[in-house]
Write a protein that binds this ligand. Structure first.
Ligand code: TRP
Length: 331
């Protein structure tokens, strides 16, 4: 039986955080064993927000190196840059014409962005359609994403169903894969919001490339009350519970095991030990990363071969769609 297809992507717009790793990239690494995976660097999505002072080529190579350092294997998975495959934008236009604009207006991410910016471009409104094109172009079955993207996948499913109702079974209806633990990784100092790479307060974030001393510093800054005892069983300190979630997410060890281990420890010991575990874990990824990032030719080859493979499939599938809606006339 043919392996099912997985598609996912990350914008090359900033540095990746441990939240991205635990919530998404770790799932990608696992899924490679069972599925045919497409992992894209979605640069066209990133230009909806980032334009000036933004070295996209370096950011793309940084992101690619991080994918590889975390365990994405280019011999198993197809890695490519979204803008290199024109079929994505072509399908995106077609899907625009099968989507009611009210559906786009309803997207939570769009509404949030509209609120914080007066000068909003239409790329932000059409963002989820380009995302639907990424997914539907490859007959994807599963889409590993963070919880914030769930509504976009629902929209993608609606569009695919609408299309199928008119033209027959053209698209697979993709399912989102959301790893619950990953969505519990909150900002370090403000635990009422998710850890986000675009947070202006850097003390809220641990990046995958965070230096050891900064990991210690940021964890030390988390507020604890004046009790000296760290009784995690009775603890309702959200900042420390967040750290436990991070430890569990990184290592795969159950949270209760960590709770038992740290029971009755004083806060500062807990913080130091937790920082050490995180720093060791990230240290290995960082070592891989810096090795890989040097090898420009190796990185470019990965993109080159990934693009060739993805392009072949995208071209074939887009042709089918275009034919189906009656646009292609043989001359
Ligand atoms: N919008 C996604 C995010 O910001 C990135 C993305 C673009 C994506 N295209 C995709 C994710 C297709 C999954 C599948 O996280």
């Amino acid at each position: 039986m043919e392996k099912k297809i997985v598609f996912s992507g990350i914008q090359p717009s900033g540095k990746l955080t441990i939240g991205n790793y635990i919530g998404v990239i770790k799932q990608w690494v696992k899924m490679q064993k069972k599925y045919n995976c497409f992992f894209s660097i979605v640069d066209l999505h990133s230009i909806t927000t980032y334009k000036n002072n933004f070295n996209i080529n370096n950011n793309i190579l940084d992101t690619l190196s991080l994918y590889l350092a975390c365990g994405i294997n280019p011999n198993k998975s197809i890695i490519f840059i979204q803008s290199n495959i024109y079929e994505h934008t072509q399908l995106s236009w077609i899907l625009n014409c099968y989507t009611n604009y009210k559906e786009l207006n309803r997207m939570i991410q769009f509404k949030k962005k509209k609120k914080i910016s007066k000068n909003i471009n239409t790329g932000i409104l059409f963002y989820p359609i380009l995302m639907a094109s990424d997914i539907l172009l490859y007959n994807t079955s599963y889409v590993p994403i963070g919880l914030d993207q769930k509504q976009h996948i629902e929209l993608c499913r609606n569009i695919a169903n609408k299309f199928n109702n008119i033209y027959g079974n053209i698209f697979n209806i993709p399912k989102p894969c959301i790893f619950k633990n990953g969505n519990r990784i909150m900002s370090l100092q403000e635990t009422n919001k998710k850890m986000s790479k675009s947070d202006k307060n850097l003390n809220n974030i641990i990046f995958l490339l965070e230096k050891k001393k900064d990991i210690f510093k940021k964890i030390r800054l988390i507020k604890t009350d004046s009790k000296k005892c760290y009784k995690i069983k009775h603890d309702n300190n959200l900042g420390l519970l967040n750290i436990l979630n991070i430890l569990s997410g990184l290592t795969g060890i159950k949270i209760n095991e960590f709770k038992n281990n740290f029971n009755n420890k004083i806060y500062s010991d807990f913080k130091n030990e937790a920082s050490n575990i995180i720093a060791n874990f990230l240290g290995k990824i960082q070592e891989n990363y810096y090795n890989i990032r040097e090898k420009k030719k190796f990185l470019k080859d990965i993109i080159y071969y990934g693009t060739i493979k993805a392009k072949k499939i995208a071209k074939k599938n887009l042709f089918k769609i275009i034919k189906k809606i009656g646009l292609k006339i043989k001359i």
